[in-house]
Design a protein around this ligand. Sequence first.
Ligand SMILES: Cc1cc2nc3c(=O)[nH]c(=O)nc-3n(C[C@H](O)[C@H](O)[C@H](O)COP(=O)(O)OP(=O)(O)OC[C@H]3O[C@@H](n4cnc5c(N)ncnc54)[C@H](O)[C@@H]3O)c2cc1C
Length: 453
Amino acid sequence: MKVAIFGAGIAGLSAALELVDLGYNVEIYEKRKILGGKVSVWKDNDGDSIESGLHIVFGGYEQLQTYLDRVGAGDNYLWKEHSLIYAEPDGKQSLFKKANLPSPWAEVVGGLQADFLTMWDKVSLIKGLYPALAGNEEYFRSQDHMTYSEWHRLRGASENSLQKLWRAIALAMNFIEPNVISARPMLTIFKYFGTDYAATKFAFFRENPGDSMIEPMRRYIQSKGGRIFIDAKLSHFDLNESGSIERAVLSDGHPVEADAYISALPVHNVKKILPKQWLHHNYFSDLYQFTGSPVANCQLWFDKKITDTDNLMFSQGTIFATFADVSITCPNDFQQGTGTATGGSVMSLVLAPAHHLMDMPNEVITEMIMKDIHDRFPKSRHAKLLKSTIVKIPESVYQAVPDVDKFRPDQISPIDNFYLAGDYTYQRYLASMEGAALSGRHVAEKLHVRVGK
Ligand SMILES: Cc1cc2nc3c(=O)[nH]c(=O)nc-3n(C[C@H](O)[C@H](O)[C@H](O)COP(=O)(O)OP(=O)(O)OC[C@H]3O[C@@H](n4cnc5c(N)ncnc54)[C@H](O)[C@@H]3O)c2cc1C
């Protein structure tokens, strides 16, 4: 039985992994020349790795880690110290370091020791966030009608903790502000953060997400007979009389015939290929409720080290929200002798919120970034900037705003030979690498049950 998958991000590749293991004849069609979607990495003319975005694996990413083990890449990431590090003006750092105790004591004791929160912040946080720690999925869902800021204030938690601690988390998770993001995903994260010690550890890929994860996935799929076509953009579907898919057609006119078709496209691209005849199904018209978050990633190469922090960092009041010196965190890439790197820092910075940056010239953005870099990393004032790159993604992950979660579609569509995968489809995680991997597993399992191969 032949399955055609469109889109080779983590969702499409995960679906393919499962299906080749189940013995299906799998073909993947990817519109770009590189695989990986939002985690894709390519080399520029200097031989430097350019990442679509800085990516972190969390301890709770069980599905992704299972896949990495399966493709022989289980050793391709490195766990970092278990703490949230906030870069402050003039090179200072504030830490929220988990205590070496079982949850929730690890977080309570760690929180009480955090030096950037006042005692009132800490007391109001523990008291205010209790429903999040005690809550279940049903409670989180019931809070989806309000923004996180509204929820935080209703619970009497302090404004300082909202701005200092949780704003950075909202920007890191979904690239939007706490007064825009729904309370639901934030509460889900607190629950993890406060009850599962291992779930919130961070790991970085040893090299970069492309070489450390996507390449091993590609090799595995092909070794099991899966075929991958690049530069192969899905244009539309031809339908048969019953409204199901007769064939897919690529943008160069090439027809693709299969027994089942999986879209693993981002939601804004799915909307472009949906046949109008399907829109009377709420399942498909609901997809118009999703809007992508704009985000940008900047990489800066310096001739000297400007930090020695081997971890993810957050900051407040800067153009970048989360960042790392990847010459330290990813020890098998960005090293002296690799492209532009001379042994100095290679900062990879996620710029969010980024609505206002999408049409701004890169030189202007880089100047703004450098001002903030000089403020947070004083050593950079004496370092030379060797090179900078900016990747802009106008529609990245869907914005998890209030009342949108209920529109996330199941992987099984009302059309009997059409399925959806992707981080926005329904699974227990927000849009993320783990969410994409879970959607790939769900779509493969559901397809297998439906067609009863
Ligand atoms: C800057 C940034 C930082 C991030 N950091 C993290 C992080 O630290 N941790 C984390 O867990 N998640 C992070 N994410 C989120 C994570 O990258 C995504 O949730 C995940 O990669 C989405 O995977 P996907 O397969 O659903 O979609 P995508 O990765 O978008 O893949 C979809 C694929 O479909 C292809 N496609 C589109 N249209 C067509 C067409 N017509 N025909 C054929 N192919 C098509 C695309 O080219 C793409 O390859 C980050 C995202 C960004 C942008």
